[in-house]
Design a protein around this ligand. Structure first.
Ligand SMILES: Nc1nc2c(ncn2[C@@H]2O[C@H](COP(=O)(O)OP(=O)(O)O)[C@@H](O)[C@H]2O)c(=O)[nH]1
Ligand SMILES: [Mg+2]
Length: 399
């Protein structure tokens, strides 16, 4: 007797391979389900391994009917072989029955899985939306992305064309992950950080302005970024605040400036700011200018801010946005500020949400450059340059 293993998608296919290659006399010794391994193994189809035993010499039927030389022993030999053949046929029939039962169970399990997935996706977020994709893997990614706040339009963009791949059911899920991951990275682009060099003899300080709605973390973010320049790069930093609407706002910046051993100038209008910049620019490497957060829906506010920004020479402007703000509101804030100036975006309060979809949506819809992300109230630690790879991993749920 010899043994040989066959692997296929279903038991039936594997048995078919055994029959074709080894003949009807081959005995099935073992049927084993091979579970897929690795990331998203859940979605890869299990395979079946069949171990078959067979005689060195070929098939029974040939021996029975072609053994004419052995006439004396022929009849008893034939009898034995016919008995064996009958036993084998029974065995095969029984095995086939087992296979059929197993296959039915497998189908039932697949149906169950499908139901569980549908329930999961429905209960997780979207009660109204119908199934988008027939393919379970694509539907899974779609649900995953939208549950992270990626808009349905952009989720579809990320999954575009994958559904047209031939033999999608047997496609390695890691390939889909790679495609979507790269698309996310491309949309996010390379984050731009603030670069400040030590002021030369003639050069003046760089002006960096922070704008955005109230309470998003402008002042805290200024304290975080400026601390890095002061402590790590040993640069001279000056602060100017135009936020004179809230009593505590000036005090807040002054407290940080005291700790950082830097000066604060308080300004009430465009003339003031020009004056203060001229005073600070000759003794500092960089000047951080804080503004009042006021409603972006008020045209007067925006006009006022526009004329304030226009008098600041070579201003590098950052729009500060809290990621906890509703996506539609984020878009309308960006659109409003886009009308008056150019800027890069800083996202705050990443520690308060696990849905980073808005970051991707904004990059895709507005084409704006992104820079820093803050993730807590601690000054100066809770800030970092945005890492597109981490966002991509978060959105794909593999972090
Ligand atoms: N959880 C969390 N809170 C933050 C973050 N950044 C700022 N804050 C808090 O948000 C509140 C408003 O911050 P502030 O800097 O005064 O906002 P501003 O009005 O835009 O200047 C303060 O309580 C900050 O401590 C952050 O990344 N995460
Ligand atoms: Mg403030």
């Amino acid at each position: 007797m010899k043994m040989k293993k066959y692997e296929a998608l279903t038991e039936q296919q594997a048995i078919e391979m055994v029959k074709n290659e080894l003949g009807m006399d081959a005995i099935i010794l073992n049927i084993k389900k091979i579970q897929p391994k690795g990331l998203f193994a859940f979605f890869r189809k299990p395979r079946v391994e069949v171990t078959a035993a067979y005689e060195d010499k070929p098939v029974v039927s040939k021996e029975i009917f072609e053994n004419k030389e052995n006439k004396n022993e022929g009849s008893s030999f034939n009898k034995r072989m016919i008995e064996k053949s009958a036993q084998d046929t029974k065995k095969i029939a029984k095995q086939q029955q087992t296979i059929d039962e197993l296959e039915k169970k497998l189908n039932d399990t697949e149906g169950l899985l499908e139901q569980v997935m549908q329930k999961l996706s429905v209960s997780s977020h979207n009660f109204d939306s119908p199934r988008k994709y027939d393919n379970a893997m694509l539907q899974f990614f779609y649900e995953k992305l939208t549950s992270q706040g990626v808009s349905s339009k952009i989720s579809e963009v990320l999954l575009k064309d994958i559904e047209n791949i031939e033999d999608l059911d047997n496609l390695d899920i890691n390939l889909i992950v790679k495609v979507v991951y790269n698309r996310i990275i491309n949309i996010l682009g390379e984050p731009k950080i603030l670069k400040v060099e030590k002021r030369g003899r003639q050069a003046y300080a760089k002006n960096v302005v922070f704008i955005g709605p109230t309470g998003v973390g402008k002042t805290t973010t200024i304290a975080k970024i400026s601390s890095q320049f002061i402590f790590n790069d040993k640069l001279n930093v000056g602060f100017i605040t135009a936020d004179t609407y809230r009593i505590a706002a000036v005090e807040q910046l002054k407290t940080y400036a005291d700790i950082l051993d830097s000066e604060v100038g308080v300004v009430y209008n465009s003339e003031d700011v020009i004056e203060k910049i001229n005073e600070f620019k000759v003794v500092n490497d960089v000047i951080f200018i804080d503004t009042a957060g006021r409603s972006h829906k008020n045209d007067e506010n925006l006009k006022e801010l526009k004329s304030f920004l226009e008098v600041i020479p070579d201003a590098e402007i950052y729009l500060v946005l809290s990621i906890t703000t509703k996506y539609e509101d984020l878009l309308s804030i960006i659109n409003a500020y886009s009308k008056i100036t150019d800027f890069k975006i800083i996202f705050t309060k990443l520690d308060e949400t696990s849905c980073l979809g808005s970051v991707l949506n904004i990059c895709y819809e507005t084409g704006r450059e992104i820079s820093y992300a803050t993730n807590g109230q601690n000054v100066p630690d809770d800030i970092d340059v945005i890492k597109p790879e981490e966002i991509a991993r978060d959105l794909l749920g593999s972090r």
